[in-house]
Design a protein around this ligand. Structure first.
Ligand SMILES: [Zn+2]
Ligand SMILES: [Zn+2]
Length: 210
């Protein structure tokens, strides 16, 4: 009885113009907390800087699309591991790391493999920007700061950026490690739950708008 009443209240609240958008924000916020906790535990495990946040997105972020803001640069067809992965549409990175805010944005609707690889890739970038020593046990060897990152982004096509070549070279290996870490299956389930909640709200919106 009471649960159906709660559902009625919930459905009623969704009819407000901000009702559903606010619910979606809450789902992302809650999942962000869990993703951040899990990611910090990975950092503790492999000696990465634990000052990191992870935010799930409803928008489908693809790193090479966010980063390739300017085609027709000298060398944008140069064949590197980055170039090959993108051309073959294999092992795509559905996330993006903001070095200024030390924040990883990651697409919500990913398979466990896509999630793991994307997270591993962005954590390598986090390492490159924050580690600057040997303590990370080989997660990264190429170091840069925010200013250098900005410079490289302007001067050098994505496929020739040293930190990208390193991240594309090492992300599969690091992903394997992450999969074996405590909490991986739990976080996958939490992502699935969040995805189901999003779907539920969007379905209700369809019904309410019909
Ligand atoms: Zn390092
Ligand atoms: Zn990258």
């Amino acid at each position: 009885m009471s649960s159906s009443t709660n559902e009625d209240i919930f459905k009623e609240a969704l009819k407000e113009p901000l009702g559903a958008p606010k619910q979606l924000r809450k789902i992302l916020d809650d999942l962000s907390r869990d993703l951040t906790d899990f990611t910090r535990s990975i950092c503790a495990n492999v000696n990465l800087n634990s000052n990191i946040r992870v935010i799930p997105t409803l928008t489908r972020i693809i790193e090479h699309e966010v980063e390739v803001f300017n085609r027709r640069l000298i060398g944008d067809e140069a064949i590197t591991i980055v170039y090959e992965r993108i051309k073959k549409r294999k092992l795509i990175i559905y996330a993006w790391y903001d070095p200024e805010r030390k924040t990883i944005f990651i697409y919500l609707r990913l398979s466990p493999d896509e999630f793991c690889l994307s997270l591993a890739h962005e954590l390598i970038h986090h390492c490159q920007y924050t580690c600057h020593s040997e303590i990370c046990k080989n997660i990264c060897e190429y170091w840069l700061n925010v200013d250098e990152g900005r410079e490289i982004r302007i001067t050098t096509p994505y496929n020739l950026r040293p930190h990208e070549i390193e991240a594309y070279t090492k992300d599969e290996e690091f992903c394997k490690k992450i999969k074996e870490m405590k909490g991986f299956n739990e976080i996958i389930n939490k992502i699935k739950d969040a995805e189901a909640k999003v779907k539920y709200i969007l379905t209700l919106m369809d019904i309410l708008n019909a």
